[in-house]
Ligand binder design. Structure first.
Ligand code: PLP
Length: 361
């Protein structure tokens, strides 16, 4: 669809240039114009302050998805900006390790229930892929059961429609199950006995259902099934981490996975992610190859430390919870008076709402 809009001439001109020099036009598919109504929304944002952003045409908006999840504290948050500027002055990366690697790893082991050891990376895809490699390394098995989205690396991307360039054999090793339907996971363990290295899943908004027989919730059922079959349970906390609670969905729903993957909300916009987990499994990283130039750089690491402190304080004063509830009530009023239909995905507890999607009737 190519309808243009007088509000967005600069956005549309940039998009025309982008299509010529950037394959797919964008670095992040979820930010591309085909995700929105073409002509009805801006395409390029240039700055943000708090929850407000400005597009390249000078229009101002409230950014509800907050950069697809990372901006927990808001744009231009003063102490975050100061921490980044200080770090730029002192040096962003060095020839040797930096003490922050140790300090932040220790902090995460205090906050996240399953975290006995920690490795850092930049993107969510880095750590979900590392988790899968660790699970395969620990079990000597190749098959993976999954539910939800887990990034752009071969092992997962093969399940998406954009799977050109990935060897077809990769797709034979990964199998989907359905969130909140434990029988679909049981069926996979029956179909691939002794072959599943790991179950990886996210908590996609809806709370895990309680199994009326056992009184366990879905996540606890998954953990138990993994244990029974000798597979590792990997909780992908990219969206839920530091949001549902400081320790993530695992803490909120009272389950301790073997490994967990954090990213997005860790650095208020700085690229940093973490693979955390139980020592017996994480130790295999002594032998599994997982090493890149940037993960340990102090450029991103001060941010999680600062962010966690601020979120902890906010949780104590329940600021986020109160605002999220107020926002939800406001949306309810808007729906009644404005004839809007809306659907809120996720929980209103912890540091914030997940996503709210508003659609016109
Ligand atoms: C649940 C989940 N896992 C993994 C990823 C991949 O993270 P990244 O895009 O930082 O590689 C995402 C990104 O949206 C995600 O939502």
């Amino acid at each position: 669809m190519t309808t243009s809009n007088a509000r967005y001439p600069a956005s549309e001109a940039l998009w025309e240039r982008a299509k010529r020099v950037i394959p797919a036009g964008t670095q992040t598919l979820s930010k591309g114009p085909d995700q929105f109504v073409f002509g009805a929304t801006p395409m390029y944002l240039t700055s943000g302050q708090g929850s407000h952003v400005r597009d390249v045409d000078g229009n101002e908006y409230i950014d509800y998805p907050m950069a697809l999840g990372p901006i927990l504290l808001g744009y231009g948050y003063k102490s975050v900006v100061e921490a980044v500027v200080e770090r730029m002055r002192k040096g962003t990366t060095f020839t040797l390790m930096h003490p922050l690697e140790v300090e932040l790893a220790e902090l995460l082991t205090e906050i996240i229930p399953c975290a006995e050891m920690v490795r850092f990376a930049k993107n969510g895809s880095d750590v979900t892929s590392a988790a899968v490699r660790v699970a395969r390394g620990c079990t000597g098995r190749d098959h993976i059961a999954y539910s939800g989205y887990h990034g752009c690396q071969d092992w997962y991307a093969v399940t998406t429609p954009r799977n050109r360039g990935i060897p077809a054999a990769t797709g034979e090793l990964i199998h989907a199950f359905e969130y909140n339907r434990i029988e679909t996971l049981t069926a996979l363990f029956d179909e691939y006995p002794g072959q599943i290295a790991a179950v990886i899943m996210e908590v996609p908004g809806a709370d895990p259902v309680i199994n009326l027989g056992s009184r366990r919730n879905f996540l606890q059922d998954v953990a138990q099934l993994c244990k029974k079959h000798g597979a590792l349970f990997i909780l992908d906390e990219m969206v839920t981490g530091f949001r549902y609670s400081l320790g993530g969905a695992g803490e909120l729903f009272d389950v301790v996975p073997d490994l967990a993957c954090f990213g997005k909300g860790m650095g208020n916009g700085m690229a940093v992610s973490a693979l955390v987990g139980k020592r017996e499994f994480m130790s295999v990283l002594d032998e599994v190859f997982f090493s890149m130039t940037f993960p340990g750089t102090p450029r991103g690491l001060p941010l999680p430390r600062l962010l966690l402190r601020l979120l902890w304080l906010s949780l104590l004063s329940s600021t986020y919870g109160k605002r999220a509830r107020g926002f939800t009530r406001g949306l309810g009023r808007g729906r009644r008076s404005g004839g809007l239909t809306w659907k809120s995905q996720g929980d209103h507890q912890g540091p914030g709402l997940l996503f709210v999607m508003i659609t016109e009737r």
